[in-house]
Design a protein around this ligand. Structure first.
Ligand SMILES: C[S@@+](CC[C@H](N)C(=O)[O-])C[C@H]1O[C@@H](n2cnc3c(N)ncnc32)[C@H](O)[C@@H]1O
Length: 261
């Protein structure tokens, strides 16, 4: 099986980082040859101080992002389709959920990811069993999108719920306080229209990502993690520029470039 776009992107990033690191080390080795012992010692202390400062800054930024994720606007991944997938597809979906979480937590203002699956959902269990998952700032709910808590209050206010679906007639615009739901399905679109039907049955509005923009990348149906990342990027951009421009930027940052030929 060939590698996915996300894996390709990751490999290319790692290759670039290794080249930059090697060049830096070569420059430093040259510089050190011209230094006295004292200068070398001072250089070592400077580097250690800079490293300490950088680590502390990163720690503080991470803590701030985690706090934002705790209180951020939710985005739901609906893991209610286990029955439609074979084991391999469920495994792949669990891996997409991990990538989605990683992508959301890299944003400057992370959203709050919620994974919702039927009781005993295999995919939900796989995601929860990810090493380090106990540190995730995310919600895992076994039940339905329209469940209520012990006081009868809806877990996610129904009037705010909006299901993303390529089959929707309406195109997404501003998302304000909407709680977007992304279908958790790896089906090569064989289960056509499933998420759209489910949303309608639950009385949830549906919207599609702008088809015109997706066509520029020769895409129509995207994967679950791509859609989560696009929405997270759109939200992260705040209200700079027109709505269409922000969707275009978010889509362009996530999808691979136009394939030629
Ligand atoms: C691989 S798709 C699932 C396709 C599935 N056959 C269905 O019924 O939607 C995974 C999810 O990504 C979201 N998605 C994919 N392409 C989309 C698009 N063009 N517009 C809006 N949402 C999209 C939907 O939430 C969808 O459920």
């Amino acid at each position: 099986m060939g590698i996915t776009w996300d894996e390709k992107r990751q490999r290319s990033k790692e290759k670039h980082t290794a080249i930059v690191k090697k060049r830096k080390e070569e420059r430093l080795a040259l510089l050190k040859q011209t230094m006295t012992d004292e200068e070398r010692e001072q250089h070592r202390l400077d580097v250690a101080a800079q490293r300490h400062e950088r680590i502390e800054k990163e720690k503080a930024e991470k803590a701030e992002r985690r706090e934002m994720a705790r209180t951020g606007i939710p985005i739901i991944v609906d893991l209610g389709f286990d029955d439609l997938m074979k084991d391999g597809a469920r495994k792949s979906l669990a891996s997409q959920c991990r990538m989605a979480y990683g992508a959301v937590m890299k944003m400057s203002k992370p959203m709050h990811l919620s994974f919702v699956g039927a009781p005993g959902s295999d995919t939900l269990t796989r995601v929860r069993e990810t090493p380090g998952n106990d540190q995730w700032v995310a919600t895992f709910h076994e039940g339905s999108l329209t469940d209520t808590d012990e006081n009868g209050k809806q877990l996610w206010a129904k009037e705010r719920l909006v299901y993303l679906s390529a089959d929707a007639e309406e195109t997404v615009g501003e998302i304000g306080n909407d709680i977007l739901i992304v279908g958790g399905l790896v089906d090569k679109n064989q289960a056509k229209g499933v998420c759209h039907r489910k949303a309608r049955e639950l009385g949830i509005r549906t919207v599609a990502l702008p088809d015109k923009l997706l066509r520029q990348y020769q895409f129509k149906i995207l994967t679950t993690n791509q859609v989560v990342e696009i929405v997270a990027k759109f939200r992260d951009a705040g209200d700079t520029g027109s709505t269409e421009q922000r969707w275009s930027d978010a889509i362009g940052a996530v999808l691979p470039r136009r394939r030629s030929g």
